[in-house]
Design a protein around this ligand. Structure first.
Ligand SMILES: [Zn+2]
Length: 337
C-alpha cells in the first residue's frame, strides 16, 4: 500500500482504492510527526505504516504523465491567518492578499531558485500596492497599501485594484541577475491576470484556480491549483480543453475543505491522468526583518539624518511586512552608530 491509494479522507477515516476497483474505508490511529502525518492503518488485520503530506500550508508539485502536464497545489491556513492578522486588514483586502500568497507559492514552486520570489501588484485602484514574497525555504510574508476610506465590503478584485501592473521578481543575491516579469493588470480576477502573463511571456499555457475564505472564527484559508503545459511537449487543444473542464469542476468549498487530503483531491480531479505527487514544500509565515538589519541600515545614515528621524528622543521603525515596531532611543543609537 502507498499514499496513492488514498482516495478521500474524512476525519480519521480513510477511503482507499485498491487496484482502482475497490473502495474500502479504514480507521486509523494517528501519530503526529513534525511536518508530515504518519499513521498506522489496519486493513483486514494487516497493519501498515503510511505517511503523506499535511493538507495545509503546503505546496505540492505534481505531474500528470499521461497528459504531459505539470502542476502545483497550494493550500494555506496558518500562513494566511498569521499574515492577515498582523495587519488586521478588512476582509476584501485580506481576501486578495490570501489569494496572492497562494498564487505566489504556486508560481515560486515552478522555479528553481535560492533566494526570494516576489509577487507585487501596483495599481490605481483603492488597493494601490500589494506585495508578497517567499524564500526557497518556504518562508512567506506580505502586506498591502490601500486607501481605507474606499474599501467597499463587496468590492471585487477589479474594483479594488483597477489598472496597473503585476510583477514577479526572483532575487538570488548579488551574484545572480534578478529575473523580472511584468504584465499589465486590468483583469477581472487574479487567475486571469496570471494566465495572461504566461500566455504572453512564457508561452506555456497555464490555468490556475485560486480561492480564499475567511471562516466565522477569523481563520483565513486560501489555495491555488496550477496546471501548466510542459516546455518539451505540448498537449493538443482537445486535451487541454478537457483539463480545463476538469479544473472547472472544482469548487472553492471543496478546495478549501482541508479535511480532504491534497493527494486525494488531485486524484479525484485528474483520476485519468495517473497523477503523481512529489515531496511538498512546507510553508510558514516568517518575516526576515530583525533589529540587526535595521541597525545595519541606520549605520548608513549620518548624524543629521538620524536626528531627523528621532521623535521625543526615540526612533521607531515598523516593518511593513510583519508590522513589528522596533524602538531605539538616542543613547542606544549612539552606541552602534
Ligand atoms: Zn518584519
Amino acid at each position: 500500500m502507498n499514499n496513492n491509494n488514498i482516495f478521500y479522507k474524512e476525519k480519521n477515516k480513510y477511503f482507499i482504492t485498491l487496484d482502482n476497483f475497490y473502495i474500502i474505508d479504514v480507521y486509523v490511529r494517528k501519530l503526529l510527526a513534525d511536518n508530515a502525518v504518519q499513521e498506522y492503518i489496519t486493513i483486514a488485520g494487516y497493519k501498515s505504516k503510511m505517511s503523506f503530506s499535511r493538507s495545509t500550508d503546503v505546496s505540492i508539485p505534481f505531474l500528470l504523465p499521461l497528459f504531459s502536464l505539470r502542476g502545483r497545489l497550494v493550500r494555506l491556513q496558518d500562513v494566511t491567518t498569521t499574515i492577515i492578522r498582523q495587519h488586521n486588514y478588512p476582509p476584501p483586502i485580506g481576501a486578495i492578499l490570501a489569494e496572492l500568497l497562494a498564487a505566489g507559492a504556486a508560481l515560486a514552486g515552478l522555479l528553481k531558485f535560492e533566494g526570494v520570489f516576489t509577487l507585487q501588484t501596483k495599481t490605481k485602484g483603492p488597493l494601490n500596492l500589494s506585495v508578497i514574497d517567499i524564500t526557497h525555504e518556504g518562508h512567506m510574508r506580505g502586506y498591502a497599501q490601500f486607501n481605507s476610506r474606499h474599501i467597499d465590503p463587496n468590492a471585487s478584485f477589479k474594483d479594488l485594484l483597477g489598472s496597473g501592473y503585476l510583477a514577479f521578481t526572483v532575487d538570488q543575491g548579488l551574484k545572480v541577475d534578478r529575473y523580472q516579469g511584468i504584465v499589465a493588470l486590468n483583469h477581472d480576477t487574479l487567475p486571469h491576470a496570471l494566465e495572461h502573463y504566461f500566455d504572453q511571456s512564457e508561452q506555456l499555457e497555464t490555468r490556475i484556480f485560486i480561492a480564499s475564505h475567511k471562516t466565522p472564527d477569523g481563520i483565513w484559508k486560501s489555495g491555488a491549483l496550477l496546471l501548466q503545459q510542459m516546455p518539451t511537449k505540448r498537449v493538443d487543444e482537445e486535451t487541454w480543453n478537457y483539463m480545463e473542464a476538469l479544473l472547472n469542476t472544482l469548487s472553492s468549498d471543496e478546495f478549501l475543505d482541508f479535511s480532504i487530503l491534497s493527494e486525494g483531491l488531485l486524484k479525484r480531479l485528474f483520476h485519468e491522468g495517473n497523477v503523481t505527487t512529489f515531496d511538498p514544500i512546507y510553508l510558514k509565515a516568517q518575516c526576515r526583518c530583525s533589529e540587526d538589519r535595521i541597525k545595519t541600515f541606520l549605520s548608513t545614515l549620518n548624524q543629521e539624518e538620524i536626528e531627523g528621524l528621532l521623535d521625543n528622543g526615540q526612533l521607531k521603525m515598523t516593518c511593513e511586512f510583519c508590522n513589528h515596531t522596533y524602538v531605539f532611543d538616542r543613547k542606544n543609537l549612539i552606541t552602534f552608530h
